[in-house]
Ligand binder design. Structure first.
Ligand SMILES: Nc1ncnc2c1ncn2[C@@H]1O[C@H](COP(=O)(O)OP(=O)(O)OP(=O)(O)O)[C@@H](O)[C@H]1O
Ligand SMILES: [Mg+2]
Length: 408
C-alpha cells in the first residue's frame, strides 16, 4: 500500500500522505519528495475503508486529504484518530470547508487543517509545526466512564457514585484520583447523595469558559472524605436552559487532564453538548430498570448512540434493581439477555433499604454495609470492563486508550 515501500529505517523524518487527488499528490511529492531529510510515503485513495490498513509506523506526521462531503470519510477519520490515540499528529487537507467540518476536526483533535488549494509553503509549515510538538502520548488523560439513564429515576446517580467509589478503591489507597462530574444541571443529586456542598458556579464560567483554569477548577471542586472529587452545580429546578457547549467541554477537558478517572452522571435530556461528552468517553453505560418499556428504551438508546458515534463505541446496558424471579411472572435474566443482546452488561440487585439509608445519611453504600450486594455486583461489572492493566498499574500509566475528542 505504501507505494510498495517498507517503513524506512533511516533517521529521516517520515511523512505519510493519503490522497485520491492527483494534483495534491503531485504537490506533496514536489514539496517533500525532493527533501533529503524527509521520507515520503504516498498512499493513493480515499480514507474510507482504508483507515485500519493505513501503515503509519513511526511517521512524524500523517497528512490526510479528506473528502468532507462524505460523512463516511469523517467517520473513517474518527476511527483513524482513535487508532492513533494521539501518538502521531494528523494534518487534514480538504476541498470543502465550513464551520461544521471545522468543529468536527477540532473535536477529533486533528493537529491542523488546510483548505485547497494548498501551497507548498503552507504544507511544509503545517507539517513541521505539528511534527515538532512534544509527543501527545505523554499527556495524561483520564479514562472517562459515562452513565446515561434510559428513563427517569432508574438509579443512574446511585450507580455513577458507586462506580466512582469502585474505581477509587481499585488501586492502592490514595494512588488513584477520581472525579465525579454531575452534568444533570437541572436535577443533579450527586452532591446531595454524598452530603457535599455543590461548588460549580456556572454563571461565572459561562461568559468566558477559557477563564476556567486549574486554580478556578480547584475552587469549584467539592471533596468527599473518601478522596473522591466531585463537580456539581447547585440545582436550578425551575430553570430549563441549555449551556454553551464550550462550558461543558472546558470543564471536562480540564478535569480529564488532572484525574486518572472521570465518572459522569448524565441527564435524561439530550443537549447540544451531549454528543461531545459521549464521543470523549471511553466507557458508556446506559442504566435501565427491569421493565419491558425500560429495556426497550435502553435498546433504542444503544442503537441511537451507536449510529451517532459510529461502530467504535457501543454503549452497554446495566439493569438496575434486578430481582431474581423463579416462579412468579415477570422478566427473567434470560429475557433481558435476549432483549439486549451484546449490549447487556449485567444486573445490579434491588436493595432498597441499603440505597435509601446511604442516600438519607449522605454516605457511600460501603459505609452503610461493607461488602453489600450492590457494590459487589457493580465492582464485577465496572472492573471487568475497565482496562485491567490501567486499574492495576500506577496512575502515570493511566493514559487513555484513545485520544480525547473534546476541543481544547
Ligand atoms: N439498586 C437499587 N436498589 C434499590 N433502590 C435503588 C437502587 N438504585 C437506586 N435506587 C433508588 O432509586 C431511586 C432513584 O435513584 P437515583 O436518584 O440514583 O436515580 P436517577 O436515575 O439518578 O434519578 P433521576 O432521574 O431523578 O436523576 C432512589 O430512591 C434510590 O434509592
Ligand atoms: Mg440522577
Amino acid at each position: 500500500m505504501l507505494d510498495g515501500r517498507p517503513a524506512p529505517a533511516t533517521n529521516k523524518v517520515w511523512v505519510v500522505v493519503l490522497t485520491a487527488d492527483a494534483d495534491f499528490e503531485q504537490l506533496a511529492r514536489s514539496t517533500f519528495g525532493t527533501n533529503a531529510l524527509i521520507d515520503l510515503a504516498v498512499v493513493k485513495g480515499g480514507l474510507m475503508g482504508e483507515e485500519s490498513k493505513l501503515e503509519i509506523g513511526n511517521a512524524a506526521v500523517v497528512v490526510i486529504d479528506l473528502d468532507t462531503t462524505q460523512p463516511e470519510e469523517l467517520s473513517a477519520l474518527q476511527r483513524l484518530m482513535g487508532r492513533l490515540g494521539g501518538r502521531q499528529p494528523v494534518v487534514v487537507v480538504t476541498q470543502e470547508f465550513n464551520e461544521i467540518v471545522a468543529r468536527k476536526l477540532v473535536q477529533m483533535r486533528v493537529a491542523d487543517f488546510l483548505v485547497k488549494p494548498v501551497t507548498p509553503i503552507e504544507l511544509v509549515r503545517a507539517c513541521s509545526r505539528v511534527a515538532h510538538e512534544p509527543s501527545r502520548e505523554q499527556v495524561k488523560e483520564a479514562q472517562i466512564y459515562t452513565f446515561l439513564p434510559a428513563a427517569g429515576g432508574v438509579g443512574v446517580t446511585t450507580i455513577a457514585i458507586q462506580s466512582a467509589m469502585t474505581l477509587l478503591n481499585s488501586g492502592p489507597r490514595g494512588s488513584l484520583s477520581i472525579c465525579l462530574v454531575d452534568l444533570d444541571f437541572q436535577h443533579g443529586a450527586c452532591a446531595d447523595y454524598l452530603d457535599l456542598e455543590p461548588r460549580l458556579v456556572l454563571s461565572e464560567i459561562e461568559p468566558r469558559p477559557e477563564r476556567l483554569d486549574r486554580q478556578l477548577l480547584e475552587v469549584m471542586l467539592s471533596h468527599h472524605s473518601t478522596g473522591l472529587a466531585v463537580i456539581a452545580a447547585p440545582n436550578r429546578p425551575a430553570e430549563m436552559r441549555t449551556f454553551d457547549p464550550n462550558v461543558v467541554t472546558r470543564i471536562l477537558d480540564l478535569v480529564s487532564s488532572h484525574f486518572d478517572y472521570v465518572v459522569i452522571d448524565m441527564p435524561r435530556t439530550w443537549f447540544t453538548w451531549t454528543d461531545n461528552v459521549l464521543i470523549g468517553s471511553n466507557k458508556l453505560f446506559i442504566v435501565s430498570e427491569m421493565t419491558v418499556p425500560g429495556l426497550r428504551h435502553a435498546k433504542q438508546l444503544v442503537t441511537a448512540i451507536s449510529e451517532r458515534l459510529g461502530e467504535g463505541q457501543q454503549p452497554k446496558v446495566i439493569v438496575n434493581r434486578f430481582e431474581q424471579r423463579f416462579l412468579s411472572p415477570g422478566l427473567r435474566r434470560a429475557d433481558i439477555k435476549q432483549a439486549l443482546g451484546d449490549a447487556f452488561a449485567g444486573t445490579i440487585p434491588n436493595n432498597y433499604r441499603l440505597v435509601r439509608e446511604a442516600i438519607d445519611r449522605g454516605v457511600p453504600l460501603e459505609e452503610v454495609k461493607q461488602g453489600n450486594n450492590v457494590a459487589v455486583e457493580l465492582k464485577k461489572l465496572i472492573l471487568q470492563r475497565a482496562d485491567v492493566k490501567t486499574v492495576a498499574s500506577k496512575p502515570e500509566t493511566a493514559l487513555k486508550e484513545r485520544s480525547l475528542f473534546w476541543a481544547r
